[in-house]
Design a protein around this ligand. Structure first.
Ligand code: GLV
Ligand code: MN
Ligand code: MN
Length: 415
């Protein structure tokens, strides 16, 4: 089997059903659909339960064994010829940002499903089992940090710590998992022989260059910070301007500093994505502001330099404090897996270039467990984390075809 070319293996050559993949994208977009093409489906909400139930039913129908682990990761395992072999894994995430799109993460899970559908209808049986995974909380919007589903799976995050994280309403991850019935007991610590994730690019490069496929070389590093600025609440009518300690105007100055630091450290990027003002009332001078800051850079040295500048800027505001709540080093993917993606794109007759990922991905955790790579397809206008996020049905199907081809090639090479 090992040296048999793909085309001569038993069963016909499997093909992605582009119409079915598009129908699956449409179907999942209804769970948390915003009515304008976008999706708001925060992790572990009733909408997330609905899409998980849908995905589970599809996988069971295909003959998969479906397991849920204690952090809610959903593994759909499609048997291979040799049950003694570890799985080849693919997948991504079905949760979205608030006001998010219908492709970020979702495409990777549904393309995994499309691969299984293609195998089933062609009759081709891989040597390895194929597992399609839906990771819990990739987005990190409701619960911080992001990607703790794959983080727990890869041993980077302690399960107890992840279960104890609370959202803004005080609900813990453990409670949220119980509430939607996805606190499972499935534990599969056997590392896959390879992990490949298809994702939209979420940036402008592939579209600008008219290239169909990105062979992703790695993921830049990131650090998350919480900053609190203290002021004094006081009456907006009776407190003279000279007597104020306004936390919001101090925060505004800091936010401009943050932007300047980001610009000064290209290709690094720095964002204040969330601000809470207390007491958040028109006629009260703000007494406290909390900011959530996201920092990214391709190198650790770059992150260190940005962090030093950020700490200096925060120190420049009286009564302010900063805490680093999460850090993830830059990750380089496996050269042989990247080459398998390039080859698969060529075999599919698609243009391809190497590309680094600006966004974070569960694949960055998986890279510590198994040889890993990612496949990107273009994003219209480079937009993501936006309801207007879009990749055409053709682009999605091309990405899924490259995923299928990559997985089959890895199955052949690694058996
Ligand atoms: C995931 O969406 C990230 O923050 O990169
Ligand atoms: Mn994503
Ligand atoms: Mn995202």
């Amino acid at each position: 089997m090992m040296d048999q070319p793909l085309a001569s293996r038993p069963g016909s050559m499997p093909r992605i059903d582009a119409a079915q993949l598009n129908a699956d994208i449409e179907a999942t977009a209804h769970f948390g659909g915003a009515g304008n093409g976008g999706v708001s489906r925060l992790t572990l909400t009733p909408e997330d339960k609905a899409v998980r139930d849908w995905f589970t039913a599809c996988c069971l129908e295909l003959g998969c064994n479906v397991g849920v682990d204690p952090i809610g990761n959903l593994f759909a395992c499609y048997p291979g010829r040799n049950p003694a072999l570890p799985a080849i894994m693919t997948g991504s995430h079905l949760d979205t940002q608030p006001g998010g799109g219908r492709y970020d993460g979702i495409l990777g899970v549904l393309a995994g499903l499309a691969v299984l559908r293609a195998l089933k209808s062609s009759g081709l049986v891989t040597e390895h089992p194929l597992t399609v995974v839906n990771w819990t909380n990739e987005e990190g919007s409701r619960f911080s940090p992001a990607m703790f589903g794959s983080g727990v799976h890869a041993g980077a995050t302690a399960l107890d710590e992840a279960l104890a994280v609370r959202d803004h309403a005080g609900i813990s991850v453990g409670q949220a998992l119980e509430a939607i019935g996805y606190r499972g007991s499935h534990v599969d610590r056997q590392a896959p022989v390879a992990y490949v994730e298809l994702h939209i690019e979420q940036g402008p490069v592939l579209e600008a260059e008219g290239i169909a496929i990105g062979a992703v070389t790695g993921v830049q590093g990131l650090r998350w910070f919480d900053v609190v600025i203290e002021g004094t609440e006081s009456h907006a009518g009776s407190t003279p301007m000279a007597n104020r300690r306004d936390a919001l105007t101090a925060a505004a100055r800091l936010i401009l500093d943050v932007e300047a630091i980001g610009r000064a450290h290209a290709p690094g990027v720095l964002t204040v994505g969330h601000a809470d003002t207390f007491p958040n009332s028109r006629n009260v001078v703000p007494g406290q502001v909390s900011l959530q800051i996201d920092m990214r850079h391709p190198s650790e040295a770059g992150l260190d330099a940005m962090e030093a500048a950020l700490r200096q800027a925060v120190a420049g505001q009286a009564d302010s404090r900063i805490e680093r709540i999460w850090a993830k080093k830059p990750v380089a993917f496996d050269p042989a897996c990247i080459e398998a993606v390039r080859q698969a794109a060529a075999d599919c007759g698609l243009s391809c270039r190497d590309i680094a990922s600006g966004a974070g991905h569960d694949a960055a955790h998986m890279a510590t467990l198994a040889p890993t790579a990612m496949i990107f397809i273009p994003s219209r206008d480079g937009l993501s984390h936006n309801e207007r996020e879009y990749s055409s049905p053709r682009q999605c199907a091309d990405g899924a075809a490259v995923l299928l081809r990559t997985l089959l090639e890895l199955d052949r090479r690694l058996a």
